[in-house]
Design a protein around this ligand. Sequence first.
Ligand SMILES: OC[C@H]1O[C@H](O[C@H]2O[C@H](CO)[C@@H](O)[C@H](O)[C@H]2O)[C@H](O)[C@@H](O)[C@@H]1O
Length: 399
Amino acid sequence: ANLSIVSGDTGNGLAVLREKLDIYEKSSGNKVTIVPMPSSTSDQFGQYKLWLAAGNSDIDVYQTDVIWAPQLADQLVDLTEATKDVIGQHFPSIVESQTVNGKLVAMPLFTDAPALYYRKDLLDKYGKSVPKTWAELATTAKEIQDKEREAGSKDIWGFVWQGNAYEGLTCNALEWVKSNGGGQIVEADGTISINNPKAAEALEAVKGWVNTISPPGVLAYQEEESRGVWQTGNAVFMRNWPYAYSLGNGADSAVKGKFDVAPLPAGSAEGATSAATLGGWNLAVSKYSKNQKEAIDLVKFLTSKEMQKKQAIEASNLPTIIDLYDDADIAKAVPIIPRWKEVFLNAVPRPSAPTKVKYNEVSSNFWTAVHNTISGNGSAADNLELLEAQLTKLKGANW
Ligand SMILES: OC[C@H]1O[C@H](O[C@H]2O[C@H](CO)[C@@H](O)[C@H](O)[C@H]2O)[C@H](O)[C@@H](O)[C@@H]1O
């Protein structure tokens, strides 16, 4: 059969996918075409909704973000029966996130939890330690940035992250708010919690970073723009996902061997702890596919232990198969992976489970309020009050 798979284009993700598909084509006799998508998960979601609503039979397999399962469930094939021989290898919490009303709507491909990337060489040069709080990060970032600029590195910035108005900003902002004791936007029981002083305080602090330790352009950055600045040696710190680890240590990287990773900082309030947003990607079979049997076979191949190992080593994506965290080859090639097991197991989910089919609207209202605040368009307190009213209306009697 001739199959097609859609996937976002981030880092070397599509190149590694093509390598795996070449192996699959040889063993199966099927042919698989990649339909490349933009990196932004928000853009992908918009396109996939349109295709699925139109009953598009040209796409067999969708690579889906961890937050989408409840919203796309009706248009995806139930994989429960076909995967019962292998599903037990995966972390149960991830499988649960892809199960909607007892239906397994997508097979876990890799999980994701961000890290604070830091320049070891620069922290050593200025006798600084890895920041444990956001306030400490801001101070260290400013000091090293200023001194490095004086020494001739005119283009260096203290901290790069993802400030564009899209899903990635929801992830960054959830981390600032949650790590400052300001809750999870909408709590697991459906309560809207975002309009609170600790959340506002966290966002006001971030506004102060723009154009001091972070470039003004950060308000338009997604993952790849931050990585671009970082990998050319022009940032002291970066918030990004593990995929940037292998690329940062690639032959063409200016920061090869000069950096390490740590958990993200916490807020300054007593008892505040670091928070990492739970990300991750899965593979789903379209209900409209004319090759469902072959598509399921492809999904099982791509999510198998052997292929997740390849993806871990070549793209530094975190496996969803439990055993791979004890794999010596992975630990040697990509030391962040065994170290990140605890980080992703404790990561904070976005409120996609409690808000169900309304999650995308919840998130876009949230990232808009955050983007307005950090770009100086209204105070955090006012923007969060408005957000609370919008979310209350969206919720209605219940989510
Ligand atoms: O880690 C590589 C992946 O990075 C992006 O996905 C992650 O960020 C998204 C927000 O921007 C988040 O929704 C997702 O759950 C995270 O895994 C990127 O969109 C992916 O294409 C990329 O593989």
